[in-house]
Design a protein around this ligand. Structure first.
Ligand SMILES: [Mg+2]
Length: 241
């Protein structure tokens, strides 16, 4: 029986740095224009989908080269490996729910976690299309303004988990971990939202009165999840930080 499920953002949450920002800042439009572009989302002038597409289109290096650069520059959050191991030992599924691109995430996680572990978590994200001339583009997962509406993905998983429950069994506790704009819709689908300190998601949650628990690294998330599962603390207590 599954006691808990971890839904998690990838860039800046599972990893220490954001891989798409890294590519755009160094090999695409540059950091200042990128920040300006994303201000448009906060103002409501642009959707995440539009801004992300512009950002990815600005990267002119071939995809294999980009992946190599990322393998050399992106690190795991310092607490993620322990969380991953704990999840394996405790039969807790991890589902990466990302607004980034699946081939890049899979490549990075294979490198960072090890080839033998890559099939132990699910990755749900946008895809990539490569043209004959090597140019590559993001293929969005759905028609929403997010490109990938994370709340839909989470809802599908919840239905699946709950359909597998035996009579009398309680449903799992759903955790969500994130740091950015695209995590807000996902947040509302879960019991406990972990939002990374100092990042956009915290600002959004405060603005929209969405309760959350602040974290610095995945070690904080792991500690809090254990407290909930062994009854030491309630979700409600943690939501109050
Ligand atoms: Mg993120």
């Amino acid at each position: 029986m599954t006691k808990a499920v971890i839904f998690t953002d990838f860039d800046g949450t599972v990893t220490w740095q954001d891989s798409n920002d890294h590519l755009a800042d160094n090999y695409g439009l540059g950091k200042e224009p990128r920040l300006k572009l994303f201000e448009g989302i906060i103002d409501g002038k642009k959707t995440f989908r539009e801004a992300f597409d512009i950002m990815i289109e600005s990267i002119k290096k071939p995809l294999p080269e980009c992946m190599k650069i990322l393998e050399e520059s992106i690190q795991l959050d310092p607490g993620f490996k322990d969380t991953f191991n704990w999840a394996q030992e405790n039969n807790v599924p991890i589902i990466v729910v990302s607004s980034g691109m699946r081939p890049i995430i899979k490549d990075l996680l294979t490198k960072l976690l090890g080839e033998e572990h890559i099939d132990k978590l699910d990755i749900v994200a946008n895809d990539v299309k490569i043209d004959a001339d090597g140019e590559w583009h993001v293929v969005f997962r759905d028609e929403s303004g997010f490109g990938h509406d994370k709340s839909r993905t989470i809802d599908e998983y919840k239905k699946k988990f709950e359909s597998e429950l035996k009579p009398g069994e309680e449903r799992a506790t759903y955790f969500y971990c994130g740091d950015g704009v695209s995590d807000l819709s996902a947040a509302k689908e879960c019991d406990l939202l972990f939002a990374k300190r100092g990042k956009d998601l915290v600002t959004y949650c405060k603005k929209q009165n969405v309760p959350f628990h602040e974290f610095d690294t995945y070690s904080d998330i792991l500690t809090a999840m254990k407290q909930v599962l062994n009854g030491e603390k309630t979700v409600k207590e943690l939501m109050e930080n």
